[in-house]
Ligand binder design. Structure first.
Ligand code: ADP
Ligand code: MG
Length: 140
């Protein structure tokens, strides 16, 4: 048992299609607790800062345009092995490769507009949670 926290984002393609609640129910059914949540609209510069690790990748510019194209819902999730568990529930980056029943299989539009983000390591989870939330906004 290792209780972890991870950052989740419900991306613009999902908020546009009014899927916020549907995504939350996948997370909660899997036992993850949403201990902080807010809806926001990133500026292009904020999206570039958040995805800084991908700045050399060919999809970086389009990704930052997409992530600032409509509101997102950012969440801190808590639970046993939350980082890996959330990645499991999300499914593969490319929805064509995602397992049936995962969020990306069931909702994603494309490899870019793939409905959700989830931290991929303890270190990145800390950075990403701090990027969006202050201590008093997280209530475990
Ligand atoms: P994940 O979100 O599964 O951790 P990555 O960290 O590799 O995936 O990529 C970050 C995001 O960039 C993806 O969720 C997706 O929105 C976008 N992306 C990744 N690979 C591609 C690609 N080949 N073409 C377009 N967009 C991509
Ligand atoms: Mg990633």
């Amino acid at each position: 048992m290792s209780i972890e926290r991870t950052l989740s984002i419900i991306k613009p393609d999902a908020t546009r299609r009014n899927l916020t609640g549907a995504v939350c129910s996948y997370l909660e059914k899997a036992g993850l607790r949403i201990i902080a949540q807010k809806r926001t609209l990133l500026t292009r510069a904020q999206a570039e800062d958040f995805y800084d690790v991908h700045s050399e990748r060919p999809f970086y510019n389009d990704l930052c345009i997409f992530m600032s194209s409509a509101p997102i819902v950012v969440q801190t999730l808590e639970g046993d092995n939350a980082i890996a568990k959330n990645r499991e529930i999300m499914g593969a980056t490319n929805p064509k490769n995602a397992d049936i029943g995962t969020i990306r299989h069931d909702f994603a539009e494309s490899i870019e507009a793939n409905s959700v983000h989830g931290s991929d390591s303890l270190e990145n989870a800390k950075r990403e949670i701090n990027f969006f939330f202050s201590e008093i906004e997280i209530v475990g």
